[in-house]
Design a protein around this ligand. Structure first.
Ligand SMILES: *[C@@H]1O[C@H](CO)[C@@H](O)[C@H](O)[C@H]1NC(C)=O
Ligand SMILES: *[C@@H]1O[C@H](CO)[C@@H](O)[C@H](O)[C@H]1NC(C)=O
Ligand SMILES: *[C@@H]1O[C@H](CO)[C@@H](O)[C@H](O)[C@H]1NC(C)=O
Ligand SMILES: *[C@@H]1O[C@H](CO)[C@@H](O)[C@H](O)[C@H]1NC(C)=O
Length: 345
């Protein structure tokens, strides 16, 4: 039940608000900052819709909060042909002056260079930070750990180097950490075991990370882990376990060396298991045949030995061809040639 005054009031506000289209809305302070950002990027073609005579909430790449009209998204993505890529320069300090920003995206900008701008540390409301497919370089700054609302931190396919800051594990809401395809060196921080459980998806592939996989990572149970194409060594068995809910586990193309006979698998959830190109030894565990939903599976180029387990609900021998098993020390049995036991001779 509405009282009359309320109805009149809401009709009045409708009348007042409806003529105000999106393109006329804008918080004056945010507009000033956006025009500064445009200037700092040398008035690029990509931002030609940022016309001072119109409201910034209607501008390309901008999204405002519907109630407050404050800018909550700045998403600069160049998906046009490379000929149109006139977007160059560094991320300017002015991006730090949009206090209500929740999403900050720089995507597919090959001429975006320089460091991850320190003023980003001021964006305390930031939930999603995407800097991907750019030439942003320098280290991954530890100030990112101060952005306590971050849920997704995606810094894939840039020119970032140096170590992964251990402080990232202090991000209480992080659901997804993508640092793949950079030039990161050093170890996976020991502190990553203290991510809030179950831990974010951790994608670190195509870097130059080295050293052991910290045992503390065994405390996590993320849906997806991809550590492939690094220089990681030693034991990765903490990433496995029958009680986990992992869906994809890719540790391929590293220097890992551990006894595979001893690991167990998340039998219900595991979809993707790739350990190819390592120095992993031992036998394939029989429990592998109980992993029902495996779609991608590759244990090739390791030092595995013994008979490929046959049968079970997983029916490994039928579902994956010999290329999933080739180049091991002495794996045998379907789909590879029959085992040649000493007793057969
Ligand atoms: C991009 O810059 C080049 C020169 O650097 C110019 O010839 C071209 O017209 C520019 N393209 C656009 C879409 O502004
Ligand atoms: C970075 O710059 C190099 C050289 O200019 C270019 O080949 C490469 O594609 C750029 N990277 C990205 C992700 O755009
Ligand atoms: C990539 O980073 C290196 C330093 O790590 C720098 O020398 C190089 O110029 C950067 N490449 C580009 C395209 O910015
Ligand atoms: C397994 O990985 C090897 C090495 O990268 C590759 O040659 C092979 O095609 C892969 N097999 C399957 C089934 O994915």
């Amino acid at each position: 039940m509405f009282c009359k005054a309320e109805i009149v009031l809401s009709l009045l506000s409708l009348l007042l608000l409806s003529p105000l289209t999106l393109s006329e809305k804008c918080n004056p302070q945010d507009k000033k900052v956006l025009l500064q950002i445009k200037k700092d990027f040398n008035n690029p073609y990509l931002l030609s819709s940022w016309d001072p005579s119109t409201g910034c909430c209607g501008w390309y790449s901008i999204e405002c909060d519907e109630k407050t009209n404050r800018v909550i998204t700045l998403d600069i993505s160049d998906n046009a042909s490379p000929d149109f890529t006139n977007f160059s320069g560094h991320i300017p300090p002015s991006v730090g002056d949009l206090p209500y920003l929740e999403t900050l995206t720089f995507h597919k900008l090959p001429y975006l260079t320089g460091p991850i701008q320190p003023a980003i540390a001021k964006l305390k409301n930031l939930k999603y930070l995407f800097i991907e497919y750019t030439n942003v370089s320098g280290p991954i700054p530890s100030f990112l750990a101060e952005l306590k609302n971050l849920e997704l931190l995606h810094l894939s396919t840039n020119n970032l180097s140096g170590p992964i800051p251990s402080s990232l594990s202090q991000l209480p809401k992080l659901e997804s950490l993508h640092l793949d395809r950079n030039k990161l060196t050093g170890p996976i921080p020991e502190s990553f075991g203290s991510f809030k459980k179950p831990g974010p998806n951790i994608i670190l592939s195509h870097n130059q990370l080295s050293g052991p996989i910290p045992a503390s990572l065994g405390q996590l149970d993320p849906d997806n882990i991809d550590l492939s194409r690094n220089k990681l060594e030693g034991d990765a068995s903490v990433l496995f376990g029958s009680k986990k809910k992992t869906q994809t586990l890719d540790i391929s193309r590293n220097l890992l060396s551990f006894d595979f006979s001893k690991v167990d698998f998340p039998k219900q959830s595991l979809i993707w298991l790739d350990i190819n190109h390592n120095k992993i030894y031992g036998e394939l565990p029989v429990t592998l045949t109980e992993v029902e939903n495996l779609q991608q599976f590759n244990v090739s180029y390791n030092k595995l030995c013994g008979e490929i387990p046959q049968g079970g609900t997983g029916r490994l021998q039928d579902r994956f061809d010999e290329y999933a098993y080739l180049h091991n020390k002495c794996l045998c049995g379907a789909p590879l040639p029959k085992c040649n036991y000493a007793s057969d001779i």
